[in-house]
Every structure is written in structure tokens, then in C-alpha cells.
Design a protein around this ligand. Structure first.
Ligand code: GGG
Length: 353
């Protein structure tokens, strides 16, 4: 029996609805196993800007730092879509949180539940058995390089920069994971064009010397994007930079059937942050349509990685599996054959789980 303190940071849009379900699942687990989980809410993103003018207020960061783990939702707001020059943006809160907590490794498991083979637009015979673990580097790359408007606002640049130590630490995490899985690692870069990718590849090759049992493959990001759809079973553990990882994992969500199924864990030096890979989805906010499974599966990662509660984590994954096996679906993973009484909303499928 353990006592743990969890920061709950729903953020914007559907973040609030799905995180409430993730939290309920944690409460259920605590009750089942006799753990004591305490919770403290914090603001981030657009809601934080509205309340304080700051996308990541200092007291939110303090709450996260003083917690054993963070259950996070999403950030974003459509008002910024038509105001690309806005100086203060919700996403700045997300990036600052990652940097301040030293969360350099973003684990994104692409797990396909058998029951969702037909939810993807990829053919089942190509998909069956696909199981990928992405390591997206999270505190470097073009997201954190120098950026500027120049020439009287007529041009702009973003700097894609990687330091060797940044590549080394994420590569090591990916090699370690490969050792516990199929001993296969794919490193994705654009080393035929980009200097930052050449330092990436050079460093991955150096780290590889410490893991002679792992079969290392390099792919250019364009080829990797194609192979993900053509032959997803060829992938096992993948390590890549911040931008490439952001794009490739959204693409890979189609292997799992929906963005609403993909969980993530951000780990590194400080408190681990667990969040769905999806954004705030304002088009469905407040309608009770969002799929909470990515948040629930993020809670499973939290239990496993931050609390070392393997069985509790497995219970959560099995609960999601059982609900899918029973035929329950949210709109994003339903099809024409889903009976009306099995088509559930955010809270009702949460209750089933
Ligand atoms: N839960 C993920 C989320 O809020 N995504 C919105 C976003 O701005 N993502 C950019 C990123 O993950 O780097």
C-alpha cells in the first residue's frame, strides 16, 4: 500500500473531460489496492492565460514539481489559429513545462488492440500484431532553437539544433527499451540533408557500441513515414527528434485506430508527465464525445513508470481491452456496424472501464 500525490493538469478543451476519466480510473485502482492517492489541480495553456496571463504560472509548476506524477490533458485554443503572431500562446506552457521538469524523453507506445483492427483505414492483414514504442526527444530540436522574424517581418527562421548530450541520453533510453523488447531499434533522421541529423546519427552510432545485441537501423524521416503505413510490423522501438517524432506519432495513431487511443509518458530528470498525444479538440469540446482511453492508458503508464505498480497498470490496460471486447465504442473508433446501445460518450465509456 502506497501514498502518492498526483498533480492533475487538465488544460484546455477536451483535456478537462478526458483527464476527469483518467483520474477516476486512478481512484478506482487506489480503492482496489488500498493505496492513498491525493490530487492537486493546476492550470496550464489557454485557461491559465485567461486566469493569469501566463500559459504556465509559477504555482502550477510548483504543484507539478512537488508531486509524484502529473496527469495532464491537452493545450490549445482555436482563437490562436487566426492569430499566428500572438505573443502569448497555450503551447508555450507545454514546452516550458517539459523544459522546466527536464522531460527529455517522450514515450509513445503504438498499441493496437485486436478489437480495433477494423477501426483503421490500413488493411487488417498489414496491421495485425503491430506494436511500436516511439521515443520522441522532447526538449531540443526546432521547438527550442532560436527563432526570429527578420527583414521587417518579411521572413522568419527557426533553428533546428541538437547537442550531442541530448541525442546521447534519449538514444540510451531507447537502446535500454530495445533490450527489453525485440532488440531492434530504428533511428529516424534526415542525415542526407540536415547537419543536426548528421550529429544525431553520429551520436546514435556511438551509443550503439554499448549495445552490440541491438540491431540498429537508420531511416530518413520521409522513408519512415512511408514504411509506417506500408509495413508497420517492421517497427519495434523507434528513436527520433522532437519534430519528426511529433509528426510520425500522429501518423502512427492510425495504426491504433484513432488519436483517442494513444497515451504518452514524458520522463527525464523530474516528475513524470502522462498525457494523451491528442490536442484540445475544441470542435468536440463539451459535447461528451471525446474518447477518454488515451487518458486512461496514460494513467496506466503513470502507475507503471512513476509508481512501479505493474499489476495496477495491467489492470487498467485489461479494463480498456475488456470494454472494447464487449463492443463499446466512442464515435472515433465506431463504424457503421456499431449498435446504438454500444456507442457511448466520454463519461459513460469511462464508467464501463
Ligand atoms: N496532449 C498533447 C497536446 O496538448 N498537444 C498539443 C500540442 O501543442 N502539442 C505540441 C507538442 O506535443 O509538441
Amino acid at each position: 500500500m502506497a501514498t502518492k500525490h498526483i498533480a492533475v493538469v487538465p488544460g484546455d478543451g477536451i483535456g478537462k473531460e478526458v483527464t476527469a476519466v483518467g483520474k477516476k480510473v486512478l481512484e478506482k485502482i487506489a480503492a482496489k489496492y488500498g493505496h492513498t492517492f491525493t490530487y492537486e489541480e493546476a492550470l496550464i495553456g489557454h485557461v491559465a492565460i485567461e486566469a493569469t496571463g501566463d500559459p504556465l504560472p509559477a504555482d502550477s509548476l510548483e504543484i507539478m514539481r512537488n508531486s509524484d506524477a502529473v496527469l495532464f490533458g491537452a493545450v490549445g485554443h482555436p482563437k490562436y489559429d487566426n492569430d499566428p503572431s500572438a505573443k502569448v500562446r497555450p503551447e508555450q506552457g507545454l514546452l516550458k513545462m517539459r523544459k522546466e521538469l527536464g522531460l527529455y524523453a517522450n514515450l509513445r507506445p503504438i498499441k493496437l488492440f485486436d478489437e480495433l483492427l477494423d477501426a483503421s483505414s490500413i488493411k487488417p492483414e498489414i496491421l495485425r500484431g503491430a506494436d511500436i514504442l516511439f521515443f520522441r526527444e522532447l526538449t531540443g530540436d526546432v521547438y527550442f532553437g532560436k527563432r526570429e522574424r527578420i527583414e521587417d517581418g518579411e521572413a522568419a527562421y527557426d533553428t533546428m539544433i541538437y547537442y550531442k548530450y541530448e541525442v546521447e541520453r534519449i538514444a540510451r533510453k531507447a537502446f535500454e527499451a530495445a533490450m527489453t523488447r525485440g532488440k531492434k531499434l530504428m533511428s529516424v533522421d534526415k542525415a542526407n540533408v540536415l547537419e543536426s541529423s548528421r550529429i544525431w546519427r553520429e551520436t546514435v552510432l556511438e551509443v550503439a557500441k554499448d549495445y552490440p545485441e541491438v540491431e540498429l537501423e537508420h531511416q530518413f524521416v520521409d522513408a519512415a513515414a512511408m514504411l509506417l503505413i506500408k509495413d508497420p510490423r517492421r517497427f519495434d522501438v523507434v528513436v527520433t527528434g522532437n519534430l519528426f517524432g511529433d509528426i510520425l506519432t500522429d501518423e502512427a495513431s492510425q495504426i491504433a485506430g484513432s488519436m483517442g487511443m494513444l497515451a504518452s509518458a514524458s520522463v527525464g530528470d523530474g516528475t513524470g508527465v502522462y498525457e494523451p498525444i491528442h490536442g484540445s479538440a475544441h470542435d468536440i469540446t463539451g459535447k461528451g464525445l471525446a474518447n477518454p482511453m488515451a487518458s486512461v492508458l496514460s494513467a496506466a503508464l503513470l502507475l507503471d513508470i512513476s509508481f512501479g505498480m505493474k499489476q495496477e497498470s495491467l489492470d487498467v490496460i485489461n479494463a480498456v481491452d475488456a470494454v472494447l471486447k464487449a463492443g463499446f465504442r466512442t464515435r472515433d473508433i465506431a463504424n457503421a456496424d456499431t449498435p446504438a446501445d454500444k456507442l457511448l460518450g466520454t463519461d459513460t465509456i469511462g464508467e464501463e472501464i
